[in-house]
Design a protein around this ligand. Structure first.
Ligand code: ADP
Ligand code: MG
Length: 661
């Protein structure tokens, strides 16, 4: 039962022909395997023995489809692996191979059971089935009570048994054990070997790489490797007749693999991401802080921007919303001789009101007069107003009322005073029905209007208002107007309005003797100001988000290089590149979304605080828009800044990754 009894080619499960593996090491090339012909039959237990550096691990990695040959061919169950893509190789690792490493390579943040389940997660095994299988395997390997322990809470022997369970969860048809006893004391080492032998008896194909002849002695066949070539291949006295095919051991038979729903898969990956983030709390926390600051600045900037436009609208709402033209007498804009032109009449305003593009119109006359009440007197403005003037101008009548049609018809000596006149002449007293003199005209006070924001009388004089008929007949003796206001329909532009009104009045007056002032320019100025303000705020928010995002990217990059070994393990147990990429991407997104949640909470607190701290009118409200914007920004930040690290992680060479500390 000795000699090079290589199984025949068609029988071989694994078959290498002319296998060469070269490594580029700096400028030099290291040849780790130099032309190896080697095959393993189904159900064999083979020991690869050789000194350190002889090429055993390289060979194991090739056999396990973790690494590719530089030259030669490798067939698994007759299938040439050079024809397989990364996805199919991952599937092969997942479904047929189980790795056992010298240093166990368990993921430190996962419990024993979660470690065992990992290959099944990538195989999309149904969660319940997976839990049951993992528990059964742990039970069988004497670790029933240790399922929830973390690797650091287990002894070396226990950890290695967990890693054997991991190799078995998807079936473990071929088990590749690279120095499985290398880190164990002899008792534990023997126990692991016994386990491997038992698995072999149950039908598993087992390949053990070792430098230890005692270990090799457990195999039926010992293949000696030296300097990248096979120097001997012989059977031992352990060589048994073909082992019985696995039958009675339920846990070792590959279970039917249920495909889980994408949603369940997503949940699984998210849970994994969460565990990974928890494993580095401080680091995740600091990154989170960066994201939170970014999010808070987004929500606050949106809120401040909205609040600012509300303030602008309150202050200049009529200007912003309404297209308003003012008609002055004069041949050119700002004509100093305008006041001498006497052609603008109330009948012109009647005519304007009939025009289809005119929404509304009002007018005023203006004169200065000495205002007197008892012994007080002051210079003031006497404004003769048209019907509907107070409404049109948005004056708020605080006391009493405006003028009635009868007042206009009767040229009634009544007046509405502004609140400064009220204060000056009456203090806190009631001015209604008192008589004040406007020039020589005694007038009954019928109302008080609040000073309108932005309404400044020249020289800050007191203002009183009369019906224009009263003012014309009893005060000035004039019959013409000083100013006419026109509001345009929304579908008419300012320019158009100016043009049509000028033409209409030129026709009526048979002369071009009025000019029309257009507030379109101020609307545009206001809008552009409001827009610039929003842009500025958005820029600030964007910058802080980018800073937060760079923080995320930084942490993910660190995380990728720090967790290279973890990535290697995941790939070795059958993770696809897409799985690895998704995991890191989701970690970044989870981090950013957590940042969004905390950021929105903080924003609520800040918005309350700001409402107290800012002048009245500036109430900072968090809008749904702001919250939505923040959440979207966060997810997007995670995706954008997580992409590059995730791609790096997925591109990592698993062999290289596994050899890192
Ligand atoms: P063993 O497992 O038998 O100790 P290895 O397969 O790890 O041997 O290594 C075989 C040879 O290949 C050694 O000379 C080693 O230095 C070289 N080698 C292994 N991996 C790499 C690598 N990634 N880059 C360069 N040389 C490597
Ligand atoms: Mg090695």
């Amino acid at each position: 039962m000795s000699g090079a009894a290589t199984p025949s080619t068609n029988d071989a499960l694994l078959e290498l022909r002319g296998a060469v593996r070269r490594y580029a090491s700096g400028d030099q090339q290291v040849v780790a395997l130099r032309g190896i012909d080697f095959s393993v039959g189904r159900g064999e237990m083979v020991a690869l023995i050789g000194a350190s550096g002889s090429g055993k691990s390289t060979l194991m990695n090739i056999l396990g489809c973790l690494d590719r040959l530089s030259e030669g061919s490798y067939r698994v169950a007759g299938q040439d692996t050079s024809e397989l893509g990364p996805e199919q190789l991952a599937e092969l690792r997942r479904a047929h191979f189980g790795f056992i490493f010298q240093r166990y390579n368990l993921l430190s943040q996962l419990s024993a059971q979660a470690n065992v389940e990992m290959p099944a997660v990538y195989a999309n095994l149904d969660a319940q089935e997976r839990h049951a299988r993992a528990r059964a395997l742990l039970e069988r390997l004497g670790l029933g009570g240790r399922a929830t322990h973390l690797p650091r809470e287990l002894s070396g022997g226990q950890q290695q048994r967990v890693s054997i369970a991991r190799a078995l969860i998807n079936g473990g048809e071929v088990i590749l054990a690279d120095e499985p006893t290398g880190a164990l004391d002899s008792a534990n080492g023997r126990e692991v070997l016994e386990l491997l032998m038992e698995l072999n008896r149950q039908g598993h194909t087992i390949i053990v790489a070792t430098h230890d002849f005692h270990v090799a002695g457990c195999a039926q066949r010992i293949v000696e490797v030296a300097d990248g070539v096979i120097v001997s291949d012989r059977r031992t006295d352990r060589a048994a007749p073909r082992p019985i095919p696995h039958d009675s051991e339920p846990t070792l038979v590959p279970a039917p693999i249920f495909s889980r729903s994408p949603w369940e898969r997503f949940f699984e990956v998210t849970k994994m991401a969460w565990t990974a983030l928890l494993a580095h709390r401080l680091r995740s926390g600091l990154t989170l802080l960066g994201v939170v600051i970014g999010i808070v600045s987004v929500t606050m900037m949106v809120a401040v921007g909205e609040s600012a436009s509300r303030v602008l609208e309150d202050k200049f709402g009529s200007v912003l919303k309404l297209k308003e033209l003012i008609i002055y007498p004069g041949h050119v804009a700002g004509d100093p001789f305008g006041p001498r032109i006497r052609t603008l009449k109330p009948s012109d305003v009647q005519a304007l009101r009939r025009e289809p593009y005119v929404l509304s119109a009002t007018f005023q006359t203006y004169t200065t007069a000495l205002l007197r009440y008892r012994s007080f007197n002051r210079d003031g403005s006497a404004v003769g107003v048209g019907p509907g003037y107070f409404d049109f101008q948005g004056f708020h009548i605080k006391l009493g009322s405006g003028f009635t049609q009868e007042d206009f018809d009767r040229q009634a000596p009544v007046t509405v005073i502004d609140d400064r006149t009220h204060k000056q002449f009456f203090g806190d007293g009631n001015p209604l029905n008192k008589v004040i003199y406007i020039g020589s005209l005694p007038c009954v006070v019928v109302g008080v209007v609040a000073q309108k924001p932005g309404w400044a009388e020249p020289g800050n004089r007191l203002s009183v208002f009369l019906p224009y008929t009263t003012s014309n007949a009893r005060l000035t003796g004039r019959n013409y107007l000083d100013m006419v206001w026109v509001r345009l329909q929304q579908n008419t532009t300012g320019e158009e309005g100016v043009e049509r009104i000028s033409n209409l009045l030129a026709e009526r007056h048979r002369a071009k003797d009025v000019w029309v002032d257009n507030n379109d320019a101020s609307i545009r100025a206001m809008e552009s100001f409001s827009w610039s303000l929003r842009m500025l705020l958005a820029a600030i928010a964007a910058i802080s988000l980018i800073v937060g995002g760079i923080g995320v990217m930084n942490i993910m990059l660190v995380s990728v290089s720090e967790r290279a070994r973890e990535i290697g393990v995941r790939v070795a147990v059958g993770a696809r590149q897409a799985d690895i990429r998704r995991q890191f991407l989701i970690e970044a997104v989870v981090l950013c979304l957590m940042g969004a949640v905390l950021g929105v909470l903080l924003s609520f607190i800040l918005s309350y605080a700001a409402t107290y701290a800012l002048p009245p009118g500036w109430d900072i409200r968090l809008s749904a828009t702001a919250i939505l914007a923040a959440t979207l920004c966060a997810a997007l930040t995670g995706l954008v800044f997580g992409y590059f690290p995730a791609r790096n992680a997925a591109a990592l060479d698993p062999v290289d990754a596994l050899s890192r500390d």
